[in-house]
Design a binder for this molecule. Structure first.
Ligand code: 5GP
Length: 170
């Protein structure tokens, strides 16, 4: 495996996720929230965020993909939809990284058709310079420059998701 440099270490990640949890608690004031994790990359972030939020959090997952290797393909494919009804629920989409914005854009349309009461977006990372779709993201952990990052859920062809930090490859 190529050299991996640390971009955001474990303690910075945890400190920021803790702050995000406080923002969410303030916005949802005791309400139940559905955390909709986008498989597979959001799993570590979703857990770290959910365990810090005092609200009742329902876990749902959806699987989509737009990447092959390190390149975005430009089309979003739905692999696994939500099984339970989320009609009338307050949903936060949990994403590992927002890059072009196409995945979130696709999901916003898809979820509105399911009659949810509200939708917000929480992402651990955002690469604003890569955006092709205008998005309003409610909770952003870290804005990063245009680097291909791995770890903390993010993969390199399905590998490296279990690194406990965010790294980048040269
Ligand atoms: P978007 O649809 O916003 O272009 O892409 C979102 C998805 O692309 C993310 O959920 C993630 O799976 C993948 N992605 C975007 N940038 C990176 C990156 O730097 N590293 C990795 N591992 N995946 C990325």
């Amino acid at each position: 495996m190529e050299n991996i440099n640390v971009l955001i270490n474990k303690s910075r990640l945890e400190k920021r996720i803790d702050e995000m949890a406080r923002e969410i608690e303030k916005d949802y004031e005791g309400k139940e929230i559905v955390f909709l994790g986008i498989l597979k990359g959001s799993v570590p972030f979703m857990w770290e965020l959910a365990k810090r939020v005092k609200n009742n959090v329902i876990f749902e997952f959806i699987e989509v993909s737009s990447y092959k290797g390190t390149e975005s393909t430009g089309t979003v494919t739905l692999h696994k939809d939500i099984k339970n009804s989320i009609e009338g629920k307050d949903v936060i989409i949990i994403e590992d990284i927002v890059d072009t914005g196409r995945t979130i854009d696709f999901l916003l349309t898809h979820l509105k058709e399911k009659g949810v009461s509200s939708i917000k977006i929480a992402t651990l990372l955002s690469k604003p310079s890569r955006r092709v779709v205008e998005l309003n993201i409610d909770y952003i952990g870290f804005k990063i420059e245009d680097k291909f990052v791995v770890g903390f859920g993010l993969d390199y062809d399905q590998n490296l998701r279990n690194l406990p930090y965010i790294g980048y490859m040269e």
